[in-house]
Write a protein that binds this ligand. Sequence first.
Ligand code: FES
Length: 382
Amino acid sequence: MPDKDKMSVEEILAACRKLDGGGDTSASQPSAAEEPPAPAATPAAEPPSGKKPSEMSVEEILAAARAEKAGRGEASSSEASAPTSAAAPVAPKKKPSEMSVEEILAAARAEKSRPATPAKPAAKPKPAASAKPAAKSSPKPAAGGKKPSGPLDTASILAAARKGSKRGPVSKEEAARTAAPAAAKAGSRVPPMPSKPDFLRPAAKSKPAESRRGFFGSLIGIVFGSAMAVGFVSLAVTQLLWLLGFARFMFPNILIEPPSKFKVGFPDVIGPGQVVTKFKAQFGVWIVRNEYEGVDQIYALRSVCTHLGCTPNWLEAEQKFKCPCHGSGFYKNGINFEGPAPRPLERYAITIADDGQLEVDKSRKFQQELGQWNDPQSFVPV
Ligand code: FES
């Protein structure tokens, strides 16, 4: 063992670690580049003797380190939870030979507080872009063959992640290009399209037999249905007609005719030998004043030809009734004298009414060939 007074700082630290029963000295070599931040002036760093560290001997320094170690064991839990970097300022990067005793102690404590696995510090920090070298260095186990269980730096973690993962497609085209060969290689095929539902399929194509049956069924239904409908409609119409006929039967025929009796004016108005034709159109009668068998009288001649029933006309100039149908001619007194008419014109009954007017009754007729013109009802004497 070298002389304690002539030991360098590194040797002192090694001796401290050995005495603490620490781990691998080679793995825990402090590095100036990655020295943990030294804690702030800790009371425990103060030597128990009250001397300044610069005035302490090596034995005192070692005793102080052991006391610090013992005291730290008690407060390890609280100290471990507290972030070291936040509590202590970052120690200046110095060579060990230039460090003071306090700095050496702080470095020793920081080294002690680290996990046992050395986790080879990134003594030569490389830029993040060079991920490969960092990835190679970080996951490597320590010299003892153990895997690093301590915290790794961010660059190492990213490098390991990038190494373990494949780069994904950055665009849709690239994804399609990469997915198509992969799918073909794997033997996968495009899933078939879902089939159409039944209600969307045309019935005629999918079920021809049923459509024929449906067609014939509908045809039969239409024929018989229409026949039934026609029958029912016909029956209803027939019943309606029967009902109307029965109603008509319940009401007897009514012949609406002009009254059989009508007045034609006063007899003194009609002059001798005058034929009044104004009642021919309405009542079918001529009122004539003429002598018949030596008697001046007024009578009513029926304006119906005795041949075939045509209506003769009075010809004032010829003083005769002339039938336009076959040319039969009648005198003013109604006797036929030419044409096919077989007999004279007929007379209606004529009387003097209560008011003194001539009243014609068409319900009674008088024929000359039967001698009825002598009936007083067939004329009014003047
Ligand atoms: Fe009058 Fe024949 S109908 S002449």
